[in-house]
Design a protein around this ligand. Structure first.
Ligand code: B4P
Length: 187
């Protein structure tokens, strides 16, 4: 199974993707986690990505696409994968289409997690207290939501037009949202 999980910052993408991927027995590929791992290692890619992440901006497509390509061509992704936080721009949609076409693969489903803005801001501010992520300050959260609305929200229409989109209500406790996603994927 090849899946995408989309949704605004704080919708629960990372939270749900971890559980859903384990349930389906496929790797969970999060571009945010890949960037944070590079930041943690102090790699050149990490230093470059951190500048954008800390400002609430997207990391440039050239960097993101190359990193994603490298990850999904690993052997463990051959049977399938769950993409969390990719694609986020139209260029990334096109790039993913090309990567899949080149290996004769296709997407099975795109899950959009829907949550209202007040809830996501509350969740991210709580995460700021719990984990101290440098992109979870009130100002940067505002910018991340703007960038999502401008660049990523319109992409759901692309997958809807292909008949691949399922919308899942991301409000409620984590286990309940997981049940909704798995039920939507089983249909
Ligand atoms: P991400 O790591 O994808 O960060 P995110 O959008 O905030 O989502 P995340 O998965 O972490 O949080 P979640 O909603 O699960 O990206 C970070 C940055 O990396 C981006 O801003 C960008 O700069 C860069 N980047 C990543 N991908 C990129 C790309 N493709 N192109 C360019 N740049 C890219 O959870 C949020 C909080 O809510 C958590 O604390 C969680 O515990 C809580 N939560 C989850 N579900 C809940 C529930 N049901 N109820 C209550 N709380 C819940």
């Amino acid at each position: 199974m090849r899946l995408i999980v989309m949704g605004p910052p704080g919708a629960g993408k990372g939270t749900q993707a971890t559980v859903v991927a384990a349930n389906l027995g496929i790797p969970h590929v999060s571009t945010g986690d890949l960037f944070r791992a590079n930041v943690g290692q102090g790699s050149e890619l990490g230093l470059e990505a951190k500048r954008y992440m800390d400002a609430g901006e997207y990391v440039p497509d050239s960097i993101t696409n190359a990193m994603l390509r490298d990850r999904i061509t690993h052997d463990d992704c051959r049977p399938g994968f769950l993409l969390d936080g990719y694609p986020r721009t139209l260029d990334q949609v096109n790039e993913l289409d090309m990567m899949l076409a080149a290996s004769g693969q296709a997407l099975d489903r795109t899950v959009e997690l829907t949550v209202d803005t007040d809830e996501v801001v509350e969740r991210l501010l709580k995460r700021a207290q719990d984990q101290g992520r440098t992109d979870d300050t009130a100002e940067v959260i505002r910018r991340r939501l703007e960038v999502y609305a401008e660049q990523t929200a319109p992409l759901t229409a692309v997958y809807e037009g292909r008949g691949l989109l399922v919308r899942v209500d991301g409000l409620g406790d984590v286990a309940e949202v997981t049940r909704r996603i798995l039920a939507a994927l089983a249909n």
